[in-house]
Write a protein that binds this ligand. Sequence first.
Ligand code: BTN
Length: 249
Amino acid sequence: MPLTYKLIEFSELNSTNIYAKELARAGEAEGTLVTAQSQSEGYGRMGRKFYSPDSSGLYASLILRPKTDCRKALLVTTAACVAVSEAIDKLSGKRSGIKWVNDIYIGSKKVCGILCESAISKNNGLLDYLILGIGVNLYEPQNGFEDDIKGIAGAVFGSEYRKEMKTELQKEIFDNFARYYEDLGSREIYCKYREKCFIIGQKVNVIKNGAVFEHTVCDIDESFRLITKNDSGEYYLHDSGEVSLKCNI
Ligand code: BTN
């Protein structure tokens, strides 16, 4: 069955992911999409804060219930990356790229972060629900980005605020995502993701258990693991849950 959406909109929330999780635990159906104009406690991967001021971003969380095990969570993240990046390209006329595993950049600036959180059913070990959270910086906030993210955060659009751009981008993102969700794990998604992944060939810092290694990114395999190589030519395979990356862009 194709994914259909039921929209629940807020002017302010602590976090659309937190709210969507509460709904999902109470039995809310797949396709419910929670949005907020601002979030007081928006967060990203590894518990990092996601700055979510009013009228400058798109903050949305979608409840999904794929009938599968938890490995699908990564496929949802990667399908969402392609859906968002293509939507941004279409509506902004700019070329965005994916930084493995869940960030979208325009040039050297991060304009979007994606966070999937899942819960596993005690009965059968399959996924009970999965929350797909997407945060896009549409415009630079009136007082600029906060000091700790000033160097890396950027916005999709220029300074003049147009409310309809948010509506259009939201529609484009979730239309794209609904198509990709029908065929999670497809070769089409993998090829598009890999093609948009701008870190392939770059030197990066791989951060694992607090240690930092300077490696070159060689490729992404079909399970979306990162293949890197050190200066001695030794190869490494990384799962997304285990490492984070710092790029020199
Ligand atoms: C990241 O950068 O690591 C992911 C950021 C995800 C932010 C979005 S905004 C909507 C949803 N609600 C949250 O609290 N987080 C996600």
